[in-house]
Write a protein that binds this ligand. Structure first.
Ligand code: PRX
Length: 663
């Protein structure tokens, strides 16, 4: 292994040095849900391929056309099909599998709750009835801001039962971020909790929500789940406790019929501007994509216990804790807290106790586990694990090998799954019973998915070369638009490489990638001004606007620099207003300011004060140079700079002033 392989920044040299291959074992192939390579051939006729899968869902009325792509890039899948996703996720399991466990809930403090499919169905119906009594009906948006308890999937499903799109806002986001998202979606109701547990601490979600609610005119009611039991202020007429809302509600509620193209949810994600994008997903195609990939990428069997460690506040939780697994009638673990509470073996203890068969987690976590050492996984019997997966960011070969050895016992195949909030479900990933894996590569597009790598002009790059990752044809779970901003949808994703005059529509993912001579994809990270910190997308502009919002800041530039654990870390360069002196206290204040504006995940790991930012003669900040400075690289070409001498000054200051990010 070269030294570069120890770097988390998946440098192309390191990846291209990687020669190890891991073919699926005979035993795995023999039992795999998909074990014939011919499936990739079948996937080439992608419309037929997806149509053939679609009977796996429960439809009220069959579609008349599989795909309508007559008005690109606006796609319609399963045109005229009618369904309610909760009937696929709940009702149809009741007769034969009502007593089967849907979720083993594990609370961070140690409390546990087992929820069967019937219990889940009943609670979803009760909450749907409760929400309806508050005036929620088809098409109304409901915001959800909660910790990871059973009531969270219940809340999503209750909205879906009513045909009311949900907009989940990750519980780590700040009041301001919640407010922006509520206002953009014009949500009518907010579902939150008193507090949530995180790392042994109580997180005051209701209190954060109350601050947001001062400026959210659309919200009529707030439903509050009691999690920690701490008394929180309740506003009469507006706020109601969840348990009170549902207690007298019937445990049945007919599902509202929705069209295959009605909105199931909106999920906000960072783009290259300061304003998050409301990604819109619909029902039929999304559920098909989520359930098909869940079943076949994770090789799910009826009696498996599956665990995705993501938070439902992100798309991974939507597709692979809620909709995919429930559509497949799977038993999942739902864990509330952090991996090191009360000790660094919490995940492994859960795997041992529940005999988890599939684990799906993030490379950042794996690198953290590596740092903690093997003694923690070695305390537990994890022989139940049959397959392990990763998502959210590139995994460096060293972490892949560690994961394979210490978590997968050298026996469980690894599925490195590439996808995005926008794609709705996994796009590039091994099929574990078919695909030979290579450490660090997400391997090849799934059957029914079209990908390519193109150059600046949009021309395909031959195998062996690198460029921009694009998706070449529609897929069932694709985003349909950006909420209230269809033009941004067209421009952001379809503007760069499509050739409308030739009727060629190509989706630009925003990632750079290389494809090796075997056609394997090696993801190289974002090529736009979006950072990926611990697998979470944060736009440089959002952090810059939060910094500039502080009274002492004149100007700010933010870049993502490579970090051995989090993939990228946020490095900020700030010029202060004339009279202000930069010091440690101001650094701390600015970091907290960003936390308050966006959330703790967006706090800069380092802040460097500088008199000027490096700019081109046209006034554009040269982020590339700042990235070089942050990573202590030889500085690139500075000849286009208007203020070239400022660079050396910043580099000197950067070396002297680095703060480290708190956990
Ligand atoms: O840059 C890619 C990275 O995460 C981005 C999508 O982020 P988000 O919408 O938050 O969804 C994360 C979970 C699906 C992508 O544009 N990414 C995601 N998975 C991988 C990845 N990069 C490399 N390898 C992956 N497996």
């Amino acid at each position: 292994m070269t030294e570069a392989q120890n770097e988390p920044s998946v440098t192309i040299e390191a990846l291209m040095d990687e020669q190890r291959v891991f073919p699926p074992s005979k035993e795995f192939v023999a039992q795999a849900n998909i074990n014939a390579a011919s499936v990739y051939e079948d996937g080439k006729d992608y419309e037929t391929f997806w149509e053939n899968q679609a009977d796996s869902l429960l439809w009220r009325k069959k579609w008349t056309k599989t795909l309508d792509w007559s008005n690109p890039p606006f796609a319609k899948w399963f045109v005229d099909g009618k369904l309610n996703v909760t009937e696929s996720c709940l009702d149809r399991h009741l007769e034969n599998n009502g007593d089967k466990v849907a979720y083993y809930f594990v609370g961070e403090p140690g409390d546990e709750r087992t929820v069967t499919y019937r219990q889940l169905y009943e609670e979803v119906c009760q909450l749907a009835n409760g929400l309806a009594s508050l005036g929620v009906s088809k098409g109304d948006r409901v915001a959800i801001y909660m910790g990871m308890t059973v009531e969270l999937p219940v809340a999503l499903l209750a909205c879906a039962r009513l045909g009311a799109p949900h907009s989940v806002v990750f519980g780590g986001f700040s009041s301001d971020a919640l407010m922006d998202r509520i206002n953009d979606a014009e949500a009518k109701v907010l579902i939150t909790c008193d507090e949530s547990w995180r790392n042994g601490n109580k997180i005051a979600l209701k209190s954060y929500a109350d601050s947001a609610l001062e400026k959210t005119p659309s919200i009529e009611h707030v439903v509050v789940v009691k999690r920690t039991g701490t008394a929180v202020p309740m506003i009469q007429g507006r706020d109601i406790y969840y348990h009170e809302l549902i207690k007298d509600q019937p445990k049945e509620r007919p599902a509202t019929e929705t069209d295959s193209e009605d909105t199931l949810f909106i999920l906000y994600t960072s783009g290259t501007t300061g304003k998050p994008k409301g990604i819109v997903h619909t029902t039929g195609g999304y559920l098909l994509g989520a359930s098909f990939t869940h079943k076949n990428v994770f090789d799910i069997k009826d009696d498996d216990v599956y665990w995705c460690t993501a938070d439902i506040g992100w798309v991974t939780g939507h597709s692979y804790i809620v909709y995919g697994p429930l559509a497949n009638g799977t038993t999942s673990v739902l864990y509330e807290g952090v991996p090191n509470y009360p000790d660094k073996d919490r995940y492994w203890a859960i795997i041992e106790k529940y005999k988890v068969n599939q684990l799906y987690t993030a490379p950042t976590s794996i690198r953290t586990f590596m740092k903690w050492g093997t003694e923690f996984p070695e305390r537990h019997d994890m022989s139940s694990l049959r397959l392990i997966g990763t998502v959210g960011e590139p995994i460096n070969p060293e972490a892949w090998i560690w994961y394979n050895k210490y978590i997968g016992g050298g026996r469980a195949p690894i599925v490195d799954t590439w996808w995005q909030t926008e794609t709705g479900h996994i796009m590039i990933s091994p099929l574990p019973g078919v695909t030979t894996t290579k450490p660090g590569s997400a391997t090849v597009p799934l059957p029914g998915i079209g990908a390519d790598i193109v150059d600046e002009e949009g021309n395909p790059v031959p195998w062996g070369g690198g460029g921009y990752l694009v998706l070449t044809h529609p897929w069932p779970g694709m985003l349909r638009t950006i909420f209230k901003d269809p033009q941004r949808f067209v421009d952001t994703y379809w503007g760069r490489f499509s050739k409308p005059e030739e009727n060629r529509w190509v989706y630009f993912a925003g990632d750079g990638a290389k494809r090796d001579v075997d056609g394997y994809y090696w993801l190289l990270g974002r090529v736009d001004d979006v950072m990926n910190v611990s697998g979470h997308r944060i736009s440089t502009l959002e952090v810059e606007s939060a910094l500039v919002d502080h009274q002492d800041v004149a100007e700010a530039a933010v870049v993502g620099r490579n970090d051995p654990i989090t993939g990228q870390a946020i490095a900020a360069f700030v010029t202060l207003k004339g009279h202000v002196q930069g010091n440690e206290q101001l650094i701390a204040e600015l970091r907290e300011h960003v936390a308050a504006k966006i959330g703790k995940i967006a706090r800069p790991a380092s802040i460097v004060f500088t008199d000027e930012l490096p700019k081109t003669r046209s006034g554009k900040i040269m982020r590339r140079l700042l990235r070089d400075i942050s990573e202590q690289r030889q500085l690139g070409d500075v000849t286009t700079l208007a203020n070239a001498d400022v660079v050396n000054d910043i580099a000197a200051r950067a070396a002297a002033m680095q703060t480290s990010q708190e956990d």
